[in-house]
Design a protein around this ligand. Structure first.
Ligand SMILES: [Zn+2]
Length: 118
């Protein structure tokens, strides 16, 4: 059956998404798929003390956000807990041990947040 199908090769082949028909540059299909695979919908708040000063940092992973939104969220959370922090590689780091507070705040914002680690 498959053999009978004529495959036409053209220079445009592969440049447009077969799903949405948009040019690959504008296609969001894969991005959405990636975001889905990336997390299980649960935002995890863990702590990292290795190579850190004092109480270490609270690390928030699994947020389905882009860099700009992460930065905006980090800003909000920093204000809430009254601590400094940063966004690195899609992860929000907040100085100090604020896991319980961060989980609480994330839940308020509608995220399925969970405290992780000991
Ligand atoms: Zn597409």
């Amino acid at each position: 059956m498959a053999r009978k199908r004529k495959i036409v090769y053209s220079s445009d082949e592969g440049r447009y998404c077969s799903k949405c028909g948009r040019p690959q540059d504008l296609c969001q299909c894969n991005a959405q798929k990636k975001a889905k695979v990336k997390g299980d919908g649960v935002v995890r708040v863990s702590r990292q003390t290795k190579g850190r000063k004092g109480a270490g940092v609270s690390v928030i992973t699994g947020l389905p956000l882009n860099e700009n939104d992460l930065k905006a969220l980090a800003k909000t959370l920093k204000k809430k807990v009254g601590s400094g922090g940063t966004v690195r590689d899609g992860v929000i780091e907040i100085q100090g041990e604020h896991r319980d507070r961060l989980v609480e705040e994330l839940k308020k914002l509608g995220y399925q947040a969970k405290r992780s680690g000991g």
